[in-house]
Write a protein that binds this ligand. Structure first.
Ligand code: T4K
Length: 389
């Protein structure tokens, strides 16, 4: 299989219809339709209904964690969690993340303090975190970027020594593991996203997981206006509930977890097989030796001065809608850009180098091969196309 003349050189696009990053997986439509019928027949549509409970139980069992609190989305889940930190102050967080991570901190009344990342892993740099701890620091919110587990043990030790809360933004990390144990049980709590673009989704949705009984019951109150009974409001709360239809989709997709992961692994192997030896490009193996879910295919321009934006432009012309996650780094987005966030040299470097390729059920290994060959051809042509810095 060889690629034709690249669209950037005037050829026709390789794909007739757009290939998205994050096209929703729909592995179990029958299961969803059956559950949808159940929801409609029951006329119980939201407010901690049976489908939400089924989702919480199934996810809790998969992750091996005592409490799983379903919420409307991961952003609200993070916000609710951060609101449980009693005193307002600073929360240490990477800037190399989706903007929701920092916004949740701000919306909960805290202030994000951005720490640089380790360029090899794209996760928080432990030294940077240590150096950023000050008298106003209340918590660390670490992100498992691309589902690659952070330095969990080290962060737990640091947080406990310094009396800080430790939360993980595990939005990317459903089904990923650390030290042979599924993520979900670490720190004080973790938050997973079930957004439509995620590996396992519920249209919109999120899961907060924790082994802390008190925290879990406070979060249940907080997601439902603080109601402890029909007329009994015992805490400040909001509406962060997941509806039954959303939960029905979540349950159906969770049943297909292994199928989805296997498919992502196959695509990842295909991409690596085609691109592992391309000079100047690094493909991150997001299977992480079996600890990852491989939902993101992350490529980095690391040599020959290859220009990441050339790949983005050239791929888009082929109808491959590759993404620049997480460009330009949250510290360069509003409302943070106008504040003094210090120097985040690695974040700036990495966010200027990464592009993400499509995977998931919408992409067969044959499609992945074609996409990879386009990328390889682009890398070959880049110097003559003036796409090297
Ligand atoms: N923390 C981290 C580290 C995160 O990455 C995220 C979310 C969060 C927290 C917050 O989680 P949630 O509150 O969302 O549960 C997407 C997602 O919207 C976002 O959830 C995700 N991270 C982020 C990494 O990616 P974008 O900017 O890619 O745009 P979006 O959602 O419009 O979708 C991208 C492409 O997917 C579109 O071009 C078309 C395709 N698509 C999308 C949808 C929604 C479809 O084909 N069908 C669809 O239904 O944000």
């Amino acid at each position: 299989m060889s690629v034709g003349r690249l669209a950037v050189l005037g050829g026709p696009p390789e794909f007739a219809t757009p290939l998205h990053v994050g096209k929703p997986n729909l592995p179990n439509v029958e299961g969803f339709q059956r559950r949808l019928q159940q929801v409609l027949s029951s006329q119980w549509l939201t407010n901690d209904g049976p489908m939400v409970r089924e989702l919480e139980t199934a996810a809790g069992e998969l992750l091996g964690v005592r409490h799983c609190v379903a919420v409307a989305n991961a952003t609200l889940g993070l916000e609710l969690l951060l609101r449980t930190v009693p005193e307002k102050g600073e929360v240490l967080v990477p800037s190399f993340t989706f903007v929701a991570t920092a916004h949740a901190i701000s919306l909960s009344g805290h202030q994000p303090v951005f720490c640089d990342i380790d360029p090899a892993t794209h996760n928080l740099c432990l030294k940077a975190v240590e150096a950023s701890i000050g008298p106003r620091t209340k918590a660390i919110l670490a992100v498992h970027a691309w589902g690659r587990p952070c330095l969990v043990n080290e962060l737990e030790r640091l947080a406990s020594e310094r009396g800080l809360a430790l939360f993980f933004d595990s939005a990317h990390a459903l089904g990923c593991s650390y030290g042979g144990k599924m993520l979900g049980r670490f720190g004080d709590a973790e938050v997973f996203s079930l957004h439509a673009t995620k590996f396992v989704h519920s249209f919109e949705g999120g899961l907060i997981t924790t082994n802390d009984d008190t925290l879990a019951s406070n979060l249940r109150l907080a997601r439902n206006f603080g109601f402890a009974g029909l007329d009994n409001v015992v805490a400040l709360g909001t509406n962060a509930k997941l509806s039954e239809v959303h939960a029905a989709m979540g349950c159906s997709n969770l049943e297909a977890f292994e199928t989805l992961r296997r498919h992502n692994y196959l695509n990842m192997a295909t991409y690596l097989g085609e691109l592992a030896d391309i000079d100047g490009l690094l493909v991150h193996d997001t299977r992480f030796g079996g600890a990852g879910n491989a939902q993101y295919v992350v490529v980095e321009t690391v040599g020959r001065g290859l220009d990441r934006d050339f790949f983005i432009d050239a791929l888009h012309r082929e109808n491959v809608l590759a993404r620049r996650y997480f460009f330009p780094g949250v510290h360069r987005a509003q409302p943070y850009a106008d504040t003094d966030v210090g120097v985040l040299a690695e974040t700036d470097r990495v966010s200027g180098r990464v592009f993400v390729l499509p995977s998931g059920l919408a992409v067969s290994p044959a499609y992945a091969t074609r996409v990879a060959r386009l990328v390889a051809e682009m890398a070959r042509l880049a110097p003559s196309a003036g796409a090297c810095r």
